[in-house]
Design a protein around this ligand. Structure first.
Ligand code: ARG
Length: 504
């Protein structure tokens, strides 16, 4: 089991408050740090560069911890003020100005000690980098997840808007990429709005488990100091604790569910992207120039590259999820350095997929649906055949028989005559005994065919319009859910700043 020994130096300082950096304890500390400086593996061991992502998070976590230590009388107000002052300077100087270190936590502590002397080492009292890094990852990731969730909400808005403009724009619907039944652009786009609703929900659900504080767990085994874990959780806007200290330091399943949610979102988007690529190829939709590229050799080309990259992002996200799970699988309790390579997968995936979501939404918002081409294509391949069979079944022909009649008609053509002659061969009565010619011709018309399918969730214009009304309620509610969480985080950040200011 790997211990984070950095806490010991601070405790040594606490036991001998007069010790200067030249004193016995200070010397031991320097000796220890030099011995374990990494040697040739220094760069390999260090996460400092990647930790830029959690620089601001670490400063917040440090501040909340120091405020709590002062409130609990573990560190006196003067030392707390000195440390908090140093943290403000370190924040202004930025991540790039940090001294060398194994990671951002060590580097910030060194920078604090450089500014205020050994008492800066009190900052690490009653904690370890193990609970610290877990808190930093959660602190940062929760905002990233809200950003991704917001991107899904905005994409849903775009999909609902464009769908509403096209509830009557008939288009071919496919199964197996073969013409199947006519539908509308509105119904098609609304299907992605519906799918993205679940992606938003998965992200918000993950948020609830990300936003828990591991602070106070120390290395994994708790601390003898009288820490107030609820207080640091509150100051950082966490909605509660990961209570068991061993679980708190070890748990990374919140990364798994975040990356899984993001990979699922990317998979949804990849389907939309593929449909748009295929649609562009068939001349059904044209992308705005901003979302297309040309060829370096073929001057006439307008390629849907943005959608191809959105499609590919699903592969990256799936790879990230796989990398993360493979890293975590079989790790023993409690902390293992493997964990340093875990959260990068989640951060990378959430960034890439959030961007892909925004790009996909932009492409949909600006694409030009080719209404006439779509109308002409909507009836291709006798795509209204099912509607004719439905009509016969509605007039008393057993559906299986109706299916056979229309299948036989399809061998002859896709018009009334074909249906009538197939019916004459298979049914005991002529077609007109069941249904009149007008009704059959209506069923053969793509727009009428769509209008007839007005079951809940179906493509008929009024069914899609009703679904879109409900969708808008869901979009607004999810937008509020994101905004509420952001407001809670910014209120906590304000409270923390107010508390910190009392030590100035
Ligand atoms: N950089 C480390 C990480 O990301 C921080 C924790 C180091 N803890 C330790 N026991 N070595 O996981």
């Amino acid at each position: 089991m790997s211990d984070d020994d950095r806490g010991d130096a601070s405790e040594a300082d606490r036991a001998a408050p007069e010790a200067s950096s030249g004193g016995r304890n200070g010397q031991q500390d320097v000796v220890r740090r030099e011995r374990f400086s990494g040697g040739p593996a220094r760069g390999f061991l260090s996460s400092l560069a990647a930790d830029e992502r959690i620089f601001a998070a670490d400063l917040a976590v440090d501040r909340a911890h120091v405020v709590m230590l002062a409130e609990q009388g573990i560190v006196d107000a003067e030392d707390a003020a000195a440390i908090l002052g140093a943290l403000a300077e370190i924040e202004r100087a930025g991540h790039g100005a940090l001294p060398d270190g194994e990671d951002v936590h060590a580097a910030i502590e060194t920078a604090v000690v450089d500014r205020v002397g050994d008492r800066g080492g009190r900052m690490h009292t009653a904690r370890s980098r193990n609970d610290e890094v877990a808190a930093c990852i959660r602190y940062r990731l929760r905002t990233d997840v809200l950003d991704a969730a917001e991107a899904t909400v905005e994409a849903r808005e775009v999909l609902a808007d464009v769908a509403a403009d096209h509830v009557e724009t008939v288009m071919p619907g496919y199964t197996h990429l073969q013409p199947a039944q006519p539908t509308t652009v509105g119904h098609h786009l609304a299907s992605y709005e519906s799918a993205l609703t679940r992606d938003t929900a998965r992200l918000l659900d993950a948020y609830g488990r990300i936003n828990r504080s591991p602070l106070g767990a120390a290395a994994f085994a708790g601390t003898p100091f009288d820490v107030d874990r609820e207080r640091t959780a509150d100051l950082l806007g966490f909605d509660g604790l990961v209570r068991n200290s061993m679980d708190a330091a070890s748990a990374r399943d919140f990364l798994v569910e975040t990356t899984a949610a993001v990979a699922a979102l990317a998979t949804t988007l990849s389907g939309l992207a593929e449909d748009l690529v295929v649609g562009a190829s068939a001349g059904h939709v044209e992308f705005d120039d901003d979302y297309a590229s040309t060829s370096s050799i073929m001057p006439q080309k307008k390629n849907p590259d943005t959608m191809e990259l959105v499609r590919a992002t699903a592969g990256d996200a799936a790879a990230g999820l796989n990398g993360l799970l493979s890293t975590l699988k079989g790790l023993p309790r409690a902390y293992n350095r493997d964990l340093q390579r875990a959260h990068g997968h989640a951060f990378e995936a959430v960034d890439a997929v959030r961007e892909a979501t925004e790009v996909a939404a932009g492409a949909v918002a600006t694409a030009d649906w080719q209404v006439e081409t779509l109308a002409a294509a909507a009836g291709e391949g006798f795509s209204t055949a099912t509607g004719v069979a439905d009509l016969l079944a509605a007039e008393g022909v057993p559906f299986r028989t109706a299916h056979e009649v229309v299948a036989a008609a399809a061998e002859r053509g896709d018009d009334y005559e074909a249906v009538a002659s197939a019916a004459a061969d298979r049914l005991s009565e002529p077609l007109t005994a069941y249904v009149d010619r007008e009704a059959v011709e209506a069923a053969l018309d793509p727009a009428e065919s769509v209008a007839a399918r007005d079951s809940v969730g179906g493509p008929a214009p009024e069914a899609v319009a009703a679904a879109l009304d409900d969708a808008r309620d869901g979009i607004a509610a999810d937008g509020d859910a994101v905004a509420d969480r952001r407001a809670a985080l910014s209120a906590a950040a304000d409270d923390l700043a107010t508390e910190v200011a009392t030590y100035a």
